[in-house]
Design a protein around this ligand. Structure first.
Ligand code: FMN
Length: 178
């Protein structure tokens, strides 16, 4: 049994990447894991001010929802991120959360396998590459961890456009196999 945290970063109602995240969660639960999904919808996540107070305090000085999310990431064995592709990168809200979890940098962490789930209008397989590279920058700061899987569903634009798409089954299978 692994402790799994899934962070779904799209704020859109009927989000395609959130539906991928739900399928990943379903698969991980079926396989007997303890899974928590966190949606950034409704969360208060401010920008990093770069004060580096976190390196002394072990948490961020800003009082919003980030410290609670970070504590859960530090306790997880597996971390999965779901994001829409925005300008051929991860969403700004995902990057903002990554920056804000800077206190993690100097702390013990358990996660080894990191997964990325992405959706975009463009169906070119290269579409998620910069998001993978961007997340790779975060992963590189936690040398015991690695990008264990990246699942991209292109060709989905409007809300819930992913319904019926075979990538949903792939997300389930990926979650089941963690
Ligand atoms: C600000 C913004 C930027 C986007 N940039 C891209 C892009 O660079 N390439 C692309 O193929 N789709 C782009 N899209 C479309 C989304 O990636 C697509 O609608 C995706 O399915 C949204 O996922 P979601 O429903 O989980 O939010 C963009 C959408 C928005 C709102």
């Amino acid at each position: 049994m692994k402790r799994v945290i899934v962070i779904s970063t799209s704020l859109r109602r009927g989000s395609n990447s959130d539906m991928l995240a739900d399928k990943f969660v379903e698969g991980a639960i079926v396989a007997g894991n303890e899974v928590e999904k966190i949606s950034l919808t409704g969360k208060d996540i401010q920008f990093c001010k770069g004060c580096l107070g976190c390196q002394k305090l072990g948490k961020c000085v800003i009082k919003d929802d980030v410290n609670d999310i970070m504590a859960k990431v530090l306790e997880a064995d597996v971390v999965a991120w779901a994001t829409p592709i925005y300008y051929y990168e991860m969403s700004g809200q995902m990057k903002t959360l990554i920056d804000r979890m800077n206190a993690m940098y100097s702390q013990e962490y358990k996660f080894r396998n990191v997964y990325l789930l992405t959706t975009a209008t463009d169906d070119d397989p290269e579409t998620p590459k910069r998001a993978e590279t961007g997340l790779g920058g975060w992963i590189a700061c936690f040398p015991e961890s690695r990008l264990a899987g990246s699942l991209f569903c292109g060709g989905v634009s409007g809300p819930r456009a992913i319904e019926g798409n075979a990538k949903l089954q792939e997300a389930f299978d990926l979650g089941k196999a963690i």
